[in-house]
Design a protein around this ligand. Structure first.
Ligand code: ATP
Length: 447
């Protein structure tokens, strides 16, 4: 199949109510997107699957839900105030700002290296060779807490959810009587004042992350790191059904790694703009707990009763964005197919991800006896699955096209034969085949 284009995904997302530009009637706001009725269903299905695989299927992983704003000392201790930066380059002529590493087409964030690479580059906005020296730019969003807006009340919107996990490490360990190794997981919003948000929901300024920090004795770091890499790969391929050809590994070299990481492997997905980071696995060593111990004065070391040793736990982190995962799912599922000389767009989503599992239609909406029977079937399915759509708009062909585009795996149609013999037509999204099934067997047929 041909390559999926971003404009097709953006257009489908808007046309069918998955994703809208935030503040659209005011001209939008760069880097912010709202999820519509179908997008929120898809995102919720993704989050639930992750929570199931991460928290519910592990006896030693516990969930938390921390606040977006915490004591700003957290971000000093974690190194984000000093080090959560991206390299920025300004254009002297037009004032445009660009991500220096993106412009230089490199993974490196080393300022000297970037200066060298950008020496002869022109500004992509005005075309002039007037780029200034690259410099570091802090991406944390600031606000004030309380009525006085001064230095002492500055706080930050969290740039990653991990922070509130580290500072709750001791609370969770104590309340759950947890012994190493154990993990803490969280799904929540994070904010990054990205220099150039782009590629639809791939790089945004308000994002949602699903993160898990796994606390361990340092001597098992390698095997645990490998295990969480494998978890991420399996989740994408087996639970989300993403094609392996659309995924690849990328190992960070020293210059690319975040300030806290000793090792980092990303899974890249083949987005329309190319292979890009989707999910990171990082070895954060004892960086965070040591720093929080030092700055807060609270001892966060761990006493291992077996070896009688005291040490600061290491952390292996698994971190992925909900929006990037949702975009990957849409791109992977998007197909254009020729059927009877017509092109149909179909989202081949796994049934457990689809916003609606099944759509129910009366063949004709102006025949009360068909509508009544169809409502009965609709109620029966709604009780079973919850996410069932009533669709009586336009003719049957149009309804199928609409359901194909939003990834509904099955359409159930009630016609005049139904009134005579209690059978309905079930149409399969992927094969477009139709079969007659008795009403009592509909639930098992679409399960
Ligand atoms: P990138 O290099 O693309 O800026 P990153 O290495 O800074 O990403 P991490 O800090 O490792 O990303 O964040 C963990 C995950 O959060 C990423 O793998 C990604 O899925 C998601 N993420 C990070 N930044 C953004 C963003 N601006 N918009 C959407 N998702 C993001």
């Amino acid at each position: 199949m041909s390559e999926v284009k971003m404009e097709d995904i953006v257009s489908l997302a808007k046309r069918r109510g998955f994703v809208f530009q935030a503040s659209e009637i005011y001209g939008g706001l760069a880097g912010f997107y709202d999820y519509g009725p179908l997008g929120v269903e898809l995102a919720n299905n993704i989050k639930q699957l992750w929570w199931q695989a991460m928290v519910r299927e592990h006896d030693n992983i516990f969930g938390v839900d921390g606040t977006i704003i915490q004591n700003p000392k957290l971000w000093e201790a974690s190194g984000h105030v000093a080090g959560f930066t991206d390299p920025l380059v300004d254009c002297k002529s037009c004032g445009a700002r660009h991500r220096a590493d993106h412009l230089a087409d490199t993974d490196s964030t080393d300022l000297n290296e970037l200066k060298e690479l950008l020496k002869d580059k022109a500004c992509p906005t005005c075309g002039k060779k007037t780029l200034m020296e690259p410099r570091k730019y802090n991406m944390m969003m600031k606000t004030w807490v309380g009525p006085v807006e001064d230095e002492s009340s500055i706080s930050y919107l969290r740039p990653e959810t991990a922070g509130s996990i580290f500072i709750n490490y001791e609370n969770v360990r104590e309340t759950m009587r947890a012994k190493l190794p154990f993990g803490i997981a969280q799904i929540g919003k994070a904010f990054r004042n990205e220099i150039s948000p782009r590629d639809f929901i791939f790089r945004v300024r308000e994002l949602e992350q699903m993160e898990m920090q796994y606390f361990i004795k340092p001597d098992i770091q390698q095997e645990v790191y490998e295990r969480w890499r494998e978890f991420a790969w399996k989740f994408l391929t087996e639970r989300l059904g993403i094609a392996e050809d659309n995924l690849k590994w990328h190992e960070h070299d020293v210059k690319e790694r975040a300030h806290y990481a000793a090792a980092a492997h990303d899974i890249y997905f083949k987005y329309p703009q190319g292979f890009k980071e989707l999910w990171g696995t990082h070895n954060r060593t004892d960086f965070d707990l040591s720093n929080h111990s030092r700055v807060s004065g609270k001892d966060l070391s761990y006493f291992d009763e077996e070896s009688k040793e005291r040490f600061t736990p290491y952390v292996i982190e698994s971190s992925v964005g909900v929006g990037r995962m949702l975009l990957a799912v849409l791109v992977d599922a998007y197909h254009e197919e020729e059927i009877n000389g017509e092109t149909r767009v179909v989202l081949k989503l796994a049934a457990h991800l689809a916003p609606y599992r099944v759509a129910v239609s009366p063949l004709l909406k102006n025949k009360p006896e068909l509508v009544e029977k169809a409502k009965e079937v609709y109620q029966m399915l709604k009780k079973e699955f919850g996410n069932v759509m009533w669709d009586d708009n336009g003719n049957i062909g149009k309804r199928y096209r609409r359901q194909d585009e939003i990834g509904t795996p099955y359409c159930v149609v009630i016609d005049f034969d139904t009134l005579a013999d209690n059978t309905v037509t079930i149409r399969d999204r992927d094969t477009t085949e139709q079969k007659r099934v008795e009403i009592k067997d509909v639930i098992s047929s679409v399960s």
